[in-house]
Write a protein that binds this ligand. Structure first.
Ligand SMILES: [Ca+2]
Ligand SMILES: [Ca+2]
Ligand SMILES: [Ca+2]
Length: 84
């Protein structure tokens, strides 16, 4: 097991886009996927497995530049952030 990478907790949107792109390309996985950020979702389920603030079970945080809830919509484009 690798130690948690604290440097990866805050990432620019470009890094998120890269991660999403890699996920959509279907990264090769061997055996059980690790949960590197320990948010309860392994690297297959988690759209950003280096940031525990981002997972399919997280709530969108409006304005942080991240797709926190892994629905491919970020901040203002996410319906969760739409004004009522
Ligand atoms: Ca994550
Ligand atoms: Ca966000
Ligand atoms: Ca989102």
């Amino acid at each position: 097991m690798k130690p948690r990478n604290h440097r990866a907790l805050v990432l620019p949107a470009a890094a998120v886009a890269l991660a999403l792109g890699a996920a959509s390309l279907g990264c090769s996985t061997r055996g059980p996927a690790p949960d590197r950020d320990h948010d309860g979702y392994d690297a297959v389920e988690d759209c950003h497995d280096a940031n525990s603030a981002v997972s399919p079970g997280a709530s969108e945080v409006c304005g942080d530049g991240l797709d926190n809830d892994c629905d491919l919509a970020v901040d203002a484009t996410d319906p969760d952030c739409a004004a009522p």
